[in-house]
Design a protein around this ligand. Structure first.
Ligand code: J2J
Length: 534
């Protein structure tokens, strides 16, 4: 936990050293509209929006939300696919001082209900359907027993298309130090934690990162993965692109074929993605002509372990520079230096983007270890949070009294100050960049009739980093993976969290202190796989 006194001292420092300005997201957009006017800011299929139009639509949308009863300080869960609507809705809320909770399209009833309850959200904005999933049906269940109302993406679009009140929305009382947005943590507990990012810290993060990557007016950024994720939204992402006067192209379904088509058609210069998606794009790009991809100069890759082969295939087939990024919604961003030789990039996450970021590698007692020695990475800086949203218990665990946030990542720092992340200190399965917490799945699987014990483990996998295995002790008949997945889906578990394997066991092996022995479980799984019966 960080004391209020230290928080204030840290804030004062970031204001004094110029990291935090007094500009809010709403004011920043107004300034960008004045500077770049008719220049294209966002492209979503056939829809093209200039900076000026973006600003006007944000005013319209803020007036529309005001009529719906939203006022400063309210929270709203926003679960939208990559679309111009997401950027109109979120900036309208920023301008009003309404705080959006950025849910991801993959979130399902369990997560969304938690967000609505935790924040007492007034509104839940969602598409009716997207990529074959009916969000509308799910939405009704999420809001039952709450004061939250559903608002569909289509309704917003229709209202804004009409002759809607576009008078400038007065942004009177919103301070740059207020919470602008609540991001969702990759987290280490069953209930996802919410991350409050202020206007000042988030804008500083996006602009600093954009400058490191060399974004400018000629940048054409492709939002390939979900735009409500920290990496795509503002690291440097869409916000970093906008602050540099560039243009963002939005990928709707995030498939490798759509991504390659957009790179070629829209002459994309920069994009960001997780390693598993980079792998598929790189494999597919071998069929394309080099000239067709020549606009692409940089791909930022992060979120999960990057294998050397994936990096090599990407640089060869996509003919561009790949820079590895470490990021976390809680704050810190690092990036490999632009002149780092390719063969070093896969095993290294580089250096922080800001001179004011602080990284320590510490042992179990919290003491700093030497260079090249493994420990837990802890971080502090002008855009790293000092607390979670209304969650004192999580704060006690995650923050040291001296202001450092414990990432839970195992890493070392080399002589050049570059960090090398190599796994988790605390439990978490990273499958294609999606963070899965075994405890959450274990509590759902325990409800399945006929299962008396369960332990969920990650199985190393060349394509996705890890796969998920539910090790279960059945009372009678052994459940199979399909039955269990269906049961979990019915319980509102997101598809990406469903187990890939089920291993049936007579009992869960325990460690000396009586905890499930996950190393032993992994060995048992690998033994069985050799004999081909899991
Ligand atoms: C290994 N693990 C990594 C990397 C993050 C940019 C990029 C990613 C995220 C993100 C982000 C990793 N190699 N290069 O917000 O702005 C794992 C770590 C970390 C966790 C954070 C961004 N880059 N990770 O993935 O909040 O375990 O952010 O603590 O979703 O992803 O997850 P998340």
């Amino acid at each position: 936990m960080i004391s209020e006194k230290l928080k204030k001292a840290m804030r004062d420092k970031y204001i004094a050293n110029g990291c935090w300005s007094t500009e809010t997201f709403g004011k920043a957009l107004g300034r960008l509209a004045d500077t770049y006017g008719d220049k294209t800011a966002l492209k979503d299929g056939d829809l093209t929006i200039s900076y000026r139009e973006w600003d006007t639509l944000v005013n319209k949308c803020a007036n529309y939300f005001e009529e719906k009863g939203l006022v400063q300080g309210d929270k709203a869960v926003v679960q939208l696919p990559n679309s111009v609507t997401l950027f109109i809705v979120s900036f309208a809320m920023f301008r009003m001082g309404v705080v959006p909770v950025f849910a991801l399209p993959a979130h399902r009833e369990r997560e969304i209900s938690t967000f609505i309850h935790q924040t007492r959200a007034k509104l839940y904005i969602l598409p009716k359907t997207h990529l074959g999933f009916s969000y509308g049906e799910m939405g009704k269940n999420c809001i039952s027993d709450t004061d939250c109302q559903l608002l569909f993406e289509d309704e917003i679009r229709e209202s804004l298309n009409g002759e809607y009140n576009a008078t400038e929305y007065p942004e009177n009382n919103v301070s740059a130090y207020d919470t602008a947005v609540l991001l969702v943590s990759g987290g280490t507990t069953a209930i996802p934690k919410l991350i409050p990012r202020s206007h000042a810290d988030y804008l500083y993060d996006a602009k600093t990162f954009a400058d490191v990557v060399g974004m400018n007016k000629t940048t054409i950024f492709l939002a390939a993965i979900p735009a409500a994720h920290n990496f795509t939204f503002a690291n440097p992402g869409v916000v970093g692109t906008a602050l540099s006067g560039g243009c963002t192209v939005l990928s709707r379904n995030g498939g490798a074929d759509e991504i390659l088509d957009l790179i070629m058609e829209e002459k994309v210069t920069v994009t960001s993605m997780v390693p598993s998606l980079l792998n598929v794009c790189a494999e597919m790009a071998q069929w394309e002509e080099e000239e067709d991809l020549e606009s692409l100069s940089t791909i930022l890759v992060g979120g999960a372990v990057l294998l050397p082969d994936v990096l090599k295939t990407a640089e060869t087939n996509l003919h561009c520079k790949v820079r590895q990024v470490f990021g976390t919604a809680e704050g810190l961003n690092t990036i490999t230096p632009v002149d780092m030789p390719s063969e070093q990039v896969a095993g290294c996450q580089g250096v922080p983007i800001s001179e004011y970021d602080e990284i320590l590698i510490v042992d179990e007692e919290g003491k700093e270890v030497g260079r090249n020695e493994y420990g837990e990475m802890i971080i502090r800086g002008p855009y790293t949070i000092m607390n979670y949203y209304e969650n004192e218990e999580a704060d006690k665990e995650a923050f040291r009294a001296d202001g450092f946030y414990r990432t839970g990542d195992k890493a070392f720092m080399d002589e050049d100050g570059c960090i090398h992340v190599c796994g988790r200190i605390r439990e978490q399965i990273n499958k294609s960049g999606e963070k899965i917490i075994p405890a959450e799945l274990e509590s759902v699987i325990k409800e399945y009739e006929g299962i008396c014990d369960v332990s969920v483990i990650g199985i190393p996998d060349a394509n996705t980093g890890y796969k998920i295995c539910a090790c279960v002790v059945p009372e009678g008949q052994e459940p199979d993976v399909l039955e269990l997945r269906e049961f979990m889906l019915d319980k509102g578990v997101a598809v990406y969290k469903l187990p890939d394997h089920v291993m049936n066991l007579p009992k869960i092996p325990l460690t000396a202190v009586g905890k499930p022995d996950k190393n032993e479980l992994l060995k048992m799984f690998q033994e069985r796989q050799k004999m081909a019966y899991v």
